[in-house]
Design a protein around this ligand. Structure first.
Ligand SMILES: Cc1cc2nc3c(=O)[nH]c(=O)nc-3n(C[C@H](O)[C@H](O)[C@H](O)COP(=O)(O)OP(=O)(O)OC[C@H]3O[C@@H](n4cnc5c(N)ncnc54)[C@H](O)[C@@H]3O)c2cc1C
Length: 390
């Protein structure tokens, strides 16, 4: 039977990052296996994401994770080069622009103080400063906004995951194309990973980074994660009028839009009581009836647009507090998880992968303490609520 020191289930952004950070850790010399059921990643959130990175969160650990994230993305070409070939992950530091009405003004200011205090390069602008800086914006009903001068923007999530996998493989990580059917345990340890074809692999430690499939793999072990698949659309469109590059602009309604090359992409979360079924169908009426009217009012140039490609992906949505669940699972010394990212997980892949590697190699978080994202808060019913979910 094949035996590995660490087996990672799910090979998209988080699995690949954990594999890379483990393999790159000078304190680790074990064998690592990364198992992925679908090497096309057609339904992985990583490949369907909007690819944004921001420091504009309300939870301190999320701000810190994205500060590491942007540092990693800026250096990805050098860190993830293989045989002198530097990957291009298409990082554009185009900024996020969060807009607030009177009702949200105090929260915006509080969040800004938190973000700036942690070292994020975010400016707080009143309505007149917004107009001066972003003349394409209609500020009706807006009293203030926060803009990331640097360190925020977007990148190619699929490209990042590919580059992490390629680098991990060059450092000795083995990649396997297979579906994991279950995790076997003995007393307080995960011992084997069982594949759908019946094969068993012995594991010194297991990391589950299977996205929305993670809870299903853990139910048989008596672990209930408050994480479910929630469908989110991304709609692209072209605009007749030429505009300067639009930062990822978040209207107080929750509708967002940003430049993507010569076109724009947009989206919004539906209200809780109107969640669509978790399939991959696109409901184009959501753009026409919910998104476009907000965009056309907020950015008048968007009154004349031509809709383009649209797609749907699944958030691994944490119904407790919209934050990730990361680290060891209760009752098991060597079984780790990273899921529940609720729409901000791609940018956290570098920091979470580093944290999981540290837990396994050093038995504790050595750089950034991810304990606030641990399962314990779920067990205790103590939500760490993230207010800025886009
Ligand atoms: C529309 C949309 C927009 C988003 N926008 C952003 C954004 O702007 N910024 C941001 O930071 N985040 C964003 N996200 C969230 C982000 O994409 C995810 O949080 C992140 O990609 C999760 O990565 P992952 O590796 O944990 O999971 P996934 O990318 O879902 O990958 C899980 C992998 O596990 C594999 N797998 C599952 N079960 C098994 C099994 N039994 N055996 C073997 N393999 C298995 C799957 O095939 C898959 O490849 C967005 C998500 C969506 C859907």
């Amino acid at each position: 039977m094949a035996t590995y020191d660490v087996v990672i289930i799910g090979g998209a952004a988080h699995g690949a990052s954990a594999a890379y950070h483990l393999a790159a850790d000078p304190g680790f010399s074990g064998r690592i296996l990364l198992i992925e059921q679908d090497p096309t990643f057609a339904r992985a959130a990583t490949a369907l994401s909007a690819g944004g990175i921001r420091q504009q969160f309300s939870t301190p650990v999320n701000v810190s994770l994205s500060l590491y994230g942007i540092d990693f993305l800026r250096r990805a070409g050098e860190l993830l080069a293989v045989d002198g070939e530097r990957p291009d992950i298409g990082l554009v530091e185009g900024g996020y622009l969060f807009l607030a009405s009177a009702a949200g003004a105090d929260i915006l200011r509080r969040n800004h103080a938190l973000q700036a205090g942690l070292g994020a390069d975010i400016v707080h602008l009143d309505a007149s400063a917004l107009v001066a800086r972003f003349p394409w914006l209609a500020t009706d009903g807006i009293v203030a906004g926060c803009f990331g001068e640097s360190g925020e923007g977007w990148f190619d999530g699929y490209g990042l995951a590919q580059a992490l996998r390629r680098k991990a493989r060059s450092l000795g990580v083995e990649l396997m194309h297979a579906e994991v059917a279950g995790i076997e345990t003995a007393s307080d340890r995960a011992t084997h990973v069982r594949l759908a074809d019946g094969a068993r692999i012995a594991a010194g430690a297991v990391i589950v980074t299977a996205g929305t499939a993670t809870p299903r793999l853990l139910v048989p072990l008596g672990v209930a994660l408050p994480v479910e698949a929630r469908k989110r659309y991304v709609f692209s469109f072209a605009c007749r009028q030429a505009l300067p590059r639009i930062p990822l602009t978040v209207d107080p309604s929750g509708v967002y839009v940003r430049s993507e090359g010569d076109v724009y992409i947009s989206g919004a979360s539906p209200p809780d009581d109107a969640e669509p079924p978790a399939d991959f169908e696109v409901d184009h009426s959501f753009f026409e009836e919910t998104i476009w009217p907000v965009l056309a009012a907020r950015i008048p140039a968007f009154q004349a647009i031509r809709p383009g490609r649209a797609w749907a992906g699944h958030y691994d949505f944490n119904t407790l507090d919209q934050n990730a669940i990361v680290g060891a699972l209760p009752g098991f010394d060597n079984l780790h998880v990273a899921t529940g990212f609720s729409g901000h997980g791609l940018q956290q892949a570098p920091g979470v992968g580093r944290g999981l590697a540290e837990l396994i190699v050093h038995g504790r978080y050595a750089s950034l303490d991810l304990a606030p994202l641990g399962f314990q808060r779920v067990a205790d019913g103590r939500p760490l609520t993230e207010a800025n979910v886009v």
